[in-house]
Design a protein around this ligand. Structure first.
Ligand code: ADE
Ligand code: ZN
Length: 350
């Protein structure tokens, strides 16, 4: 594929259609953040619980956030309706159906068990429900999905070790380990030992860093935790030496523009630095983070950000291709997806 020919051949009017239709991977979404208010009410009713909000509309209306912590508080409350393996299955099945409709052909899904074990659920209930939905979605929607277990960084490293121990019986159902929750005040170094253990165990490693926290957290996620991808990483552009490192080592950033907008990391989408990242040569990808809370699934992240930043079909191709290259699927699968992407692009160039 000759990059300049893409921009010259696809008319800008067809860009939204291209963004929606192109096959893509989603590498940064928290499954609990895909729980739509409608399903939350259904699960609450099924489990004999009542919510603090009188209606779906009132609940959705409460999704106004000042920063990451104000979101995490309401997000945590939403997880209280999840009680059974079937609940985890239904939530994951709904997300994968929705993602497949956006032409996501592969998803790497974040989940955590500490939230749920903290409510008295066994780790097994969470992992079995998620895994069964991933298996069924392959047959039903043709989407592949794998699971990344995130430690909660506001809890201790000892608690992360306990979480890991409890998850190890289901090791074969987990591709990687991540680090999520309240960032500032909880630097990656806090989890150095447990990440070293996860690396020894052969897990792929990622971490949220530089969402609200400083570039120093991105450096330590790379150099102390030895992660392969950075989740968010939008603060990296404040540090030219860090940008040079990300470019040189082709470290992917899983960027979530609507999340950054809703959590006030950027005042407007027009001020988002996704375009600057691509111009700098960073391997950026576009993702939805917590789509039920942030007003959009992956295609809305693409279309709204492209409109706000004036990005073009070349950027679209780069981002979709990056999503496969940054994924944890094997090389032959990557090649297959990129060939399919090239075929879809070729149709738009006719
Ligand atoms: N957990 C769910 N969404 C998150 C985010 N955007 N940052 C950190 N932890 C999260
Ligand atoms: Zn996230």
């Amino acid at each position: 594929m000759n990059p300049p020919s893409i921009v010259n051949t696809i008319s800008p009017e067809r860009l939204p259609e291209l963004l929606r239709a192109m096959p893509k991977a989603e590498l940064h979404m928290h499954i609990e953040g895909s729980l739509e208010p409608e399903l939350m009410f259904q699960l609450a009713q099924r489990n004999g619980l009542s919510l603090r909000y009188p209606s779906v509309e009132a609940l959705r209306g409460a999704y106004v956030f000042d920063n990451l912590q104000s979101f995490l508080d309401i997000y945590h409350e939403g997880t209280l309706v999840l009680k059974t393996e079937q609940d985890f299955y239904d939530m994951t099945h709904a997300y994968l159906a929705r993602a497949a409709a956006d032409h996501v052909v592969h998803a790497e899904v974040f989940f955590d068990t500490q939230t749920h074990t903290g409510h008295g659920l066994p780790t097994e209930v969470v992992i079995q429900g998620l895994h069964r939905a991933c298996v069924d979605a392959q047959a039903e929607f043709g989407i592949s999905a794998s699971l990344i277990l995130c430690f909660l960084r506001h809890l201790s490293e000892q608690e992360a070790f306990e979480c890991l121990e409890q998850a190890l019986p289901w090791r074969d159902k987990i591709v990687g380990i991540g680090l999520a929750s309240s960032e500032v005040g909880h630097p990656p170094e806090k989890f150095a030992k447990v990440f070293a253990r996860c690396k020894e165990l052969g897990f792929r490693l990622v971490a949220h860093a530089g969402e609200e926290g400083p570039p120093a957290y991105i450096w330590s996620a790379l150099d102390v935790l030895k992660v392969e991808r950075i989740d968010h990483g939008v603060q990296s552009l404040k540090d030219p030496a860090l940008v040079a490192r990300l470019v040189k080592d082709r470290i992917p950033l899983t960027v979530c523009p609507l999340s950054n907008l809703k959590l006030r990391v950027f005042p407007t989408l027009a001020e988002h630095n996704l375009g600057a990242m691509l111009d700098a040569g960073i391997v950026a990808t576009v993702n939805s983070d917590d789509p039920a809370y942030f007003g959009g699934y992956i295609n809305q992240n693409f279309t709204q950000t492209f409109t706000a930043l004036g990005l073009n079909s070349q950027h679209a191709y780069t981002l979709a291709r990056n999503s496969f290259e940054a994924s944890f699927i094997d090389a032959s699968e990557k090649r297959r997806h990129i060939e399919r992407l090239d075929t879809v692009l070729a149709h738009f160039m006719e």
